[in-house]
Design a protein around this ligand. Sequence first.
Ligand SMILES: C[S@@+](CC[C@H](N)C(=O)[O-])C[C@H]1O[C@@H](n2cnc3c(N)ncnc32)[C@H](O)[C@@H]1O
Length: 188
Amino acid sequence: MLSRIKEYALKHNVPIITDAGLLFLKEAILTYQVKDVLEIGTAVGYSALAMASYGCMVDTFERDEEMIGNALKHFDMYDDKKLITLIPFDALTYNKELRSYDLIFIDAAKAQYERFFEKYVKYLKEDGIVICDNLSFHNLTPDKVNRHTRQLLRKIDTFKNYLTMHPDFNTTFFNVGDGMSISQRKLK
Ligand SMILES: C[S@@+](CC[C@H](N)C(=O)[O-])C[C@H]1O[C@@H](n2cnc3c(N)ncnc32)[C@H](O)[C@@H]1O
């Protein structure tokens, strides 16, 4: 159903969730009975539309003008658009209040994952989950990449460590798609 958007993304080199990642996301949505989603990183709307097609109400952040235009165009092609609210702002500087969510899906600038987590976790319902994508970064290793990518890999590692050591969350990492995690609040 969303194959046209997937084709568009592939053709224009827009990074979107992998098929395996999307299946994983769908299973998590069903398992945790997710209704309300906050997504950070809309791109051209592929994952937002997919989650809406599973019955979720999705608020989704995108800061890039061109992506915003394309995402809105794509949303218009589907009835599920009524379930999606695009927030056309940088998630790091956005300063309005949001509602609360069963799922926060972080799929944006990799170097900023800890900041996204810290900023938005207050909107997570008590029994909600945080899913992060791109934690394996194409399985690149530090010895085979340039300096910039090496720094990014280090940041991703630091973030994974941050999740692992988090006093309030239990996190499981999954070798699926481009590396995903699910974090859930620890029981008090
Ligand atoms: C990997 S793509 C998202 C893919 C999308 N979730 C999907 O699977 O269809 C990441 C997107 O996050 C956006 N982004 C990165 N940092 C952001 C920020 N601070 N605020 C809002 N959007 C951001 C980028 O412009 C890019 O379009």
